[in-house]
Design a protein around this ligand. Structure first.
Ligand SMILES: C[S@@+](CC[C@H](N)C(=O)[O-])C[C@H]1O[C@@H](n2cnc3c(N)ncnc32)[C@H](O)[C@@H]1O
Length: 294
């Protein structure tokens, strides 16, 4: 390993078109390893993790939900079987879109789950403003190379009082020079292998706050780690495709944190309602109650 070779070379940015081509090319291997849920932080029985996500994202009957970066539709299809809500999933991959559409039809869910082959950066043009009660990103946000614009778009398509939820990968940090370098190398490797643009947590939080979102939590998903899949599925995918890397055990370092972020779009326009200064007054009363997704 030649550290300098990789350090600070992470200039590659994958465009939506490239990301779409990557998922088209690998659709079969993803299905063979990840199945319906293309998430690397996962429980062995994915229904456990999906039930957790349903609660954590506060998905409830009667809502209209945008699943931004929906993969082959596994999560939206699962949720639609659990609650009576409308789901709209957008994927940049034609192959994933075809798979998602077929699966929804096979399960007779076409009236509740709608899939589109499109770019999630263009959701305002596609769906119009204030359309959704929820916008969810499940390990899909990290692909964006225009994260500020994407959060702006999510804000716009949400109804006042609507909730943005994401579970994604964020670069780990360290003051230790060796660790720091290894983290940067592994981020680079992951980005190349999966067409990711993995970023830091802080610019995302800063943008959410500048958009006036009311931040509910940032946390590690509360899965039972005895039921965690331990990256077995990821390893299988890497074996099937030969992508990713497998450094020696002494060099191995975990380079990302999986975090959930949940926030609410204010229910009032703060410019028109200047007297409502408290974020607690702005929030949906239910927003801060029953927070724990247990
Ligand atoms: C790791 S997969 C997660 C899929 C899905 N959320 C799940 O849980 O199974 C990332 C997804 O993000 C989608 N994606 C990435 N960039 C996108 C873009 N610009 N527009 C729409 N979807 C995008 C990919 O097509 C893929 O479906």
């Amino acid at each position: 390993m030649e550290p300098e070779k990789y350090y600070f070379t992470n200039k590659e940015k994958f465009t939506p078109k490239q990301v779409g081509e990557f998922y088209d090319l690998r659709n079969k291997e993803f299905l063979a390893s990840y199945g319906d849920y293309i998430q690397s932080l996962r429980t062995e029985d994915m229904s456990e993790y999906m039930d957790y996500t349903l609660k954590s994202a506060k998905l409830e009957p009667g809502q209209t939900v945008l699943d931004a970066g929906c993969g082959v539709g596994g999560p939206s299809i699962y949720f639609a079987q659990k609650i009576d809500a409308q789901f709209h999933g957008v994927t940049i991959s034609e192959a994933q879109y075809q798979t998602a559409k077929q699966t929804a039809a096979q399960k007779g869910l076409q009236e509740k789950v709608h899939f589109y082959h499109d770019d999630y950066h263009k959701i305002v043009e596609k769906f119009g403003p204030e359309r959704f009660d929820r916008v969810i990103f499940l390990e899909s946000f990290s692909h964006s190379q225009q994260k500020d614009e994407l959060l702006e778009a999510a804000y716009q398509v949400l109804k006042p009082g609507g909730i943005l939820y994401m579970k994604d990968l964020f670069e780990r940090e360290s003051d230790d020079p060796f660790e720091k370098k290894r983290i940067a190398q592994e981020i680079y490797t992951s980005n190349i292998a999966y067409n990711y643009n993995i970023g830091s947590l802080y610019p995302v939080l800063s943008k959410l706050r500048r958009l006036n979102f009311i931040l509910d939590f940032v946390k590690v998903p509360e899965v039972n780690y005895l039921h965690w899949d331990q990256l077995k599925v990821t390893t299988l995918f890497q074996t099937l495709t030969g992508i990713g890397n497998d450094p020696s055990p002494e060099e191995f370092i975990f380079h990302i944190d999986y975090l959930e972020i949940r926030c609410q779009k204010p229910r009032y326009n703060t410019k028109q309602h200047r007297e409502i200064y408290s974020m607690y007054k702005q929030a949906d009363p239910a927003f801060f109650s029953g927070n724990q997704a247990r």
